[in-house]
Ligand binder design. Structure first.
Ligand code: 5AD
Ligand code: SF4
Length: 451
């Protein structure tokens, strides 16, 4: 009988990737997916620590699962309960103390050891804690097969961060910056394409700091990936302005598969705050970088991350952020209230900003960003562009897809076009999606490559 596995994922796309890998390493042990905790022989909570309340959310979720685990035990069936991800990495000891019924606590770097941990947990009982940063890379020890396939796929190429922004836990939870060798990335990309992926998003906390063996930087990796027949679209996220080198900017000009969209967090538009954040660049340097990117690729859309209320942020600093947003014009953005993370320098800084002030600044910033996003989507109406068909639409006779700028697209059209790239014209826009009409029939697929 197959065993049932439930994985709940919070946080970034790298966690989504890790969750998929966890499902894959457990598949040979007979685990298949379920959505229902009552049915689950194993539950993994893959957690995120980047902003507040992560731990509280985790403990309330654990409280609910404890009851389910109890009920199952009374019915003679067990449930292995695992906490993974960055909260596990940062607060393993607290989890063990506050939730002693948890069987496994594991950080992001040890997911390849999961089968062994499951065996130890079921054999011996008691907590299995593995929050090492092991010598061996998890990537070298994960199975090659990628089972959960789609037209679009994530591929982690880089992990960790050495930037130490004042507010951020990532350097502590994900550890030092490391890059996978190009050969391993290219092999995984080829397998994804063979299994039907047409768009791959390269993932890394600091993806443009990629320096994997074999290709030099990220631009070299993108160029090598662009040689894979059948791989129509390449994206990468998340980038740091400081690592946006000339070669990568040139790749945006030269490589048609590289989609005209870049997520480039700036966090603040005030030089004082940028300095306090240890970001290593000024607001004008960011503006000039965007100018150069737009020169290289005029249709490039920019998205970003912002934090309001970093310690010491004044009204004038906030206004500088608003001005930067007006100057650049973003296609979308994530914006957050600063939240003090234990162990980070900013959490110990004086002049913490009052909650009500943060609320007001966030509302003002989000209103502007939402207006820009609507404007960006509305500006597509009337334009023609290529849409990657990802599946059937919500209503019969509809297809769903993705624009070059990651907008969700709906159109009337024939079924069975998954993975095709079709010329469409946008006829209307909402805040998050575009309605399009097909302009011509599906383009022939570039030759699928045989291994
Ligand atoms: N408080 C608020 N937002 C944060 N981020 C990272 N750390 C914090 C924090 N302590 C935001 C940043 C980052 C995004 C992933 O999360 O904007 O780019
Ligand atoms: Fe965190 Fe800064 Fe590294 Fe991004 S660059 S992961 S915000 S420390």
């Amino acid at each position: 009988m197959t065993k049932r596995l439930l994985i709940r994922t919070w946080g970034c796309q790298m966690n989504v990737y890790d969750s998929e890998r966890m499902a894959e390493v457990l598949a040979p042990l007979g685990f298949g997916p379920t959505e229902a905790p009552e049915e689950a022989d194993m539950v993994i909570l893959n957690t995120c620590h980047i902003r507040e309340k992560a731990a509280e959310k985790l403990f309330s979720e654990l409280g609910r699962l404890r009851l389910v685990k109890e009920e199952r035990r009374q019915a003679g069936r067990d449930m292995v309960l695992a906490v993974a991800g960055c909260v596990a990495q940062a607060e393993g000891a607290e989890i063990a103390a506050r939730a002693p019924y948890v069987d496994i606590v594991m950080g992001p770097q040890t997911i390849h050891r999961l089968p062994e941990m499951v065996a130890r947990a079921s054999r011996a009982g008691g907590l299995v804690l593995d929050t090492d940063f092991p010598e061996e890379s998890k990537f070298d020890h994960l199975p090659e097969a990628r089972t959960q396939q789609g037209v679009t796929a994530f591929l982690t190429v880089q992990e960790g961060c050495d930037k130490f922004c004042s507010f951020c836990v990532v350097p502590y939870t994900r550890g030092a910056e490391t890059s996978r060798p190009a050969a391993a990335v290219l092999a995984e990309a080829r397998r994804l394409v063979e299994a039907g992926a047409r768009e791959i998003t390269l993932l890394g906390q600091n993806v443009n700091a990629y320096h994997g063996e074999g290709v030099g930087g990220l631009s070299g990796l993108v160029r090598a990936l662009a040689e894979i027949p059948g791989l129509a679209r390449i994206r990468y996220t998340t980038s740091h302005p400081r690592d946006m080198g000339d070669d990568l900017i040139a790749a945006h000009r030269d490589i048609p598969q590289l989609m005209p969209m870049l997520h480039l967090p700036v966090q603040s538009g005030s030089d004082r705050v940028l300095q306090a954040m240890n970001r290593g660049h000024t607001a004008d340097e960011y503006r000039r970088l965007v100018d150069r990117l737009r020169e290289a690729r005029p249709d490039l859309a920019l998205t970003s991350d912002f934090i309001v209320g970093h310690p010491g942020e004044t009204d004038a600093d906030h206004e500088a952020t608003m001005q930067l947003v007006r100057d650049i014009g973003f296609a979308g953005a994530f914006s957050f209230k600063y939240s003090a993370r234990p162990g980070t320098p900013a959490s110990r800084a004086p002049l913490q900003v009052a909650e009500a002030v943060k609320d007001a600044r966030l509302a003002e910033l989000q209103a502007l960003l939402a207006e820009q996003q609507r404007g960006f989507n509305a500006a597509r109406v009337g334009q023609e562009f290529d849409v990657l068909v990802t599946g059937p639409g919500r209503h019969p006779g509809q297809i769903a897809g993705r624009s070059p700028w990651l907008q969700a697209v709906h159109a009337e059209g024939p079924q069975g076009l998954e993975g095709s790239i079709i010329r469409m014209q946008a006829v209307s826009a909402t805040a998050n999606s575009l309605t399009c009409v097909l302009k011509d029939s599906a383009k022939p697929l570039p030759e699928q490559h045989a291994a």
